[in-house]
Design a protein around this ligand. Structure first.
Ligand code: NDP
Length: 334
């Protein structure tokens, strides 16, 4: 069954205009969404941030930043827009004890809600408005009146009006324009995001690593291998065309030899082993909450990430990449 899509017509922006909206964080998403709301004539906006460069930016943009605690004390709607890995700690230390009765929490990613990392008051509504776009894109597209993709969901509806509030915010930040905002859930958003990070992309990176290893072993030059594999940016173009024209239809831009090679090999690939591995990652590590529980231990998380970076530095493809890059200086995106 197709999912529900919400458009501008489904939303009443006056709902958010009648509330005090507190931003916890004024970074990529915080700044973009606050500016979009203000341009949609939402006048009661409070920015919560410590006194640093982000607060300075808020001041330059015409807001008067206050502490996170103070912003929370005033907000009817709390926009939780700090990095996912910091949300639980900040929630416990600065937010939880200052929340007014009957407020609405808005998250831009499903992670902390999906894995129950926030101790939510009983009377709080919880919704997700999650742009599939970096903050600068959310702002630029709003200004240029261009639609952008966004997921929305209601996670906890105590008031009976959570969906209306959710759509009001989504509309006011420009997310229900054009093709509309797609109904999802925190579990789905976080699940797919983590799956891409822990199953899909690692597998793709490992395939490139092994591709390099086999071609290098065969005596081909690092320059030729890496240019062909990704320095030419061909994979980026393929994915762009896959998004624009279709995952398989983009093959029409490849030679007939290439089309045959790709289709005949992929069609014979039964995918059984990888499917089983992916299921294990999704069920045992992600949806079980095991990963989120481990990752909440910020000291452990920081140490593990440092270890992984150290280990990858020794991979032959990484060494070759560095050497080829120094010599050939491939174009960088400006
Ligand atoms: P940023 O890294 O840009 O957030 C920076 C803001 O968070 C600053 O205001 C910073 O203030 C504050 N902050 C950071 N650490 C802390 C802390 N420990 N305590 C208090 N405040 C802190 O975040 P994003 O905008 O990238 O992400 C915000 C949310 O939006 C996340 O849930 C993310 O998943 C989601 N999202 C992000 C997208 C993106 O493209 N970036 C896309 C879609 C969703 P200070 O340093 O002063 O403490």
């Amino acid at each position: 069954m197709p999912v529900k899509i919400y458009h501008d017509d489904d939303a009443d922006v006056d709902i958010v205009r009648s509330k005090t909206v507190a931003f916890i964080g004024y970074g990529n998403q915080g700044r973009a969404q606050a500016l979009n709301l203000r341009d949609s004539e939402v006048n009661n906006i409070i920015i919560g941030n410590i006194d640093d460069d982000y607060a300075k930016q808020a001041q330059e943009d015409g807001f008067t930043p206050v502490s996170i605690e103070e912003a929370v004390r005033q907000g009817d709607i709390l926009m939780l827009l700090i990095p996912d890995e910091d949300q639980q700690t900040v929630w416990n230390e600065k937010i939880r004890n200052n929340i007014k009765p009957n407020t609405t929490l808005v998250v831009a990613s499903g992670y902390n809600v999906a894995f129950n990392l926030l101790d939510l008051p009983d009377d709080m509504d919880v919704v997700m408005v999650a742009p599939r776009m970096i903050g600068a894109g959310v702002r630029d597209r709003y200004v240029q009146n261009i639609p952008y993709p966004c997921f929305v969901s209601v996670e906890k509806d105590v008031s009976g009006t959570a969906l209306a509030t959710c759509l009001s915010i989504a509309c006011a930040i420009g997310a229900t324009r054009g093709n509309g905002a797609v109904s999802s859930s925190c579990r789905e958003e976080a699940g797919i995001d983590l799956f891409a990070e822990q199953a899909l992309w690692p597998e793709i990176m490992a395939i490139f690593r092994e591709g390099y290893n086999v071609l290098h072993e065969a005596g081909f030059s690092d320059e030729a291998i890496l240019f062909d594999m990704y320095l030419s940016k061909e994979p980026a173009e393929i994915f762009e065309r896959a998004a624009d024209e279709g995952f398989v239809k983009q093959l029409k831009y490849h030679s007939r030899t290439s089309q045959y090679g790709q289709l005949s090999t992929m069609n014979r690939h039964d995918g059984k082993d990888i499917r089983e591995k992916f299921r294990r990652v999704l069920n045992d590590n992600i949806l079980s909450g095991n990963f989120a529980k481990k990752w909440s231990n910020t000291k452990w998380a920081a140490e593990e990430l440092t270890k992984e970076w150290k280990e990858v530095e020794n991979a032959p493809i990484v060494q070759a990449d560095q050497r080829v890059r120094e010599v050939l200086k491939p174009d960088r995106k400006k």
